[in-house]
Design a protein around this ligand. Structure first.
Ligand SMILES: Nc1nc2c(ncn2[C@@H]2O[C@H](COP(=O)(O)OP(=O)(O)OP(=O)(O)O)[C@@H](O)[C@H]2O)c(=O)[nH]1
Length: 388
């Protein structure tokens, strides 16, 4: 295989498996507990590496140790990967069906290993079980709520591996029933199958590592920059973001708008419905406002019931449309436990005379004040700055 003798290839794969296991055990001990599934992935790699080592002893050790046990170890390893992926994505455990599938595999492999030495049946059983397991991993990732590059990559590798396992199964079904196992199967079809399996474990481990890294990044970002209650940017983080965006907009001569939003009569909501209902209003508004924004927009909590929204590359008309969308979403009652509420919005645009965060926020605040004075639940624009 690729100039490497099949048995050496198996041993190299095992070494990679052990290395990945080591990496994931270290990550498990150093990453926050909320990032789940890392140790299980380490165990998955360990089982597959142990399986590979035992496979390499075929002919030297009894079939129980060099065929039956390693096949089960490989299936259990991929099952552990599935558990790991589900734990990582916060999906409920599926230990029952996995245990059943492994039990079935053991039962089916037993006669094909010890009674008949039926290599073709063993191939069919193993490749179909692996198709199911790899496919289940791909489906689990597909069900994740947040899917970035790492998730798509890992899910894609799982799906592609499942397809190749299925192809191997179909090829084995189409082969002569008298197919016997050579010392080490070196047919091109089997080599592609083995190579796919080994490379996919490496690619999957890289993908899972990227997924864990991304989640760690999200967690740290959230701790450092997000308001704990609402998940929107904290005031200082938002202001830093606004400063950066203003500098970029100025150098690129692009338009930008800032919205200052206040919940109307929020003190009265607290007084009438209680502080906790007030908290739910804040949460409800934050969620609705976030849903009303594009990817490049940002929302931050300026304080109490006041929020700031930054809309890069957005004209006055665009900002008004976004403001209206937020106002409409806020007014829409979606939950019984959230009292009805409205918001007032002040909008300011980036201007030559209004070119730092402080000045643009001040202008948006004045516009908001005008909206409140004009009766609340409305949008007002900051007056054009006087040009000298
Ligand atoms: N429940 C709850 N109340 C908050 C929170 N943050 C600030 N508040 C309260 O919100 C109220 C804000 O009151 P004001 O600033 O007078 O504003 P308002 O009542 O909305 O009046 P207008 O802005 O003029 O419409 C204060 O009573 C704060 O204690 C929060 O996170 N949860």
């Amino acid at each position: 295989m690729l100039g490497v003798e099949p048995r050496s290839f198996i041993v190299i794969s095992a070494a990679f498996g052990m290395l990945w296991a080591f990496i994931f055990f270290v990550l498990h001990s150093s990453f926050p507990r909320e990032i789940r599934g890392l140790a299980r992935w380490g165990w998955a790699c360990t089982m597959m590496a142990a399986g590979a080592v035992l496979f390499a002893t075929y002919g030297a050790l009894p079939v129980f140790l060099s065929s039956f046990v390693p096949n089960l170890l490989v299936a259990a390893g991929v099952a552990a990967m599935q558990g790991s992926v589900r734990a990582f994505g916060g999906l409920p455990r599926r230990d029952g069906p996995l245990a059943l599938l492994l039990g079935f595999t053991a039962l089916a492999m037993f006669p094909a290993t010890f009674l008949d030495d039926d290599y073709r049946s063993r191939l069919i059983i193993m490749s179909s079980v692996l198709t199911l397991l790899f496919g289940a991993c791909a489906v689990a990732i597909y069900r994740f709520q947040q899917k970035g590059f790492a998730e798509r990559f890992t899910g894609g590798v799982f799906a592609a591996t499942a397809c190749i396992m299925l192809a191997r199964c179909l090829i084995a079904i189409s082969q002569s029933p008298s197919l016997t196992r050579p010392q080490i199967d070196a047919t091109p079809v089997h080599q592609v199958y083995m190579a796919t399996f080994s490379f996919s474990i490496v690619a999957l481990s890289v993908g899972f590592l990227l997924m864990a890294n991304r989640q760690l990044h999200r967690k740290l970002e959230s701790l450092a920059m997000r308001d704990k209650q609402t998940g929107v940017y904290r005031r200082d983080a938002f202001l830093a973001l606004l400063d950066r965006e203003i500098a970029e907009s100025r150098s690129g001569k692009r338009s930008m708008s800032v919205l200052m939003i206040d919940l109307d009569d929020f003190r009265a909501i607290n007084e009438q419905h209680g502080q906790q209902a007030g908290d739910r209003v804040i949460d409800d508004f934050s969620a609705k406002a976030r849903q009303s924004l594009r990817r490049n927009d940002a929302i931050g909590r300026y304080g109490g019931d006041e929020f700031l929204v930054m809309l890069p590359d957005t004209s006055a008309e665009g900002a008004q449309a976004v403001g209206q969308r937020i106002m409409d979403a806020a007014a829409e009652v979606r939950r019984d436990d959230v009292p009805a509420y409205t918001v007032s919005i002040g909008i300011a645009r980036l201007e030559a005379e209004r070119e730092d965060a402080g000045a643009i926020i001040e202008a948006a605040d004045k516009a908001l004040h005008a909206a409140r004075k004009a009766g609340r639940s409305r949008i007002e624009f900051a007056a054009e700055p006087v040009r000298r």
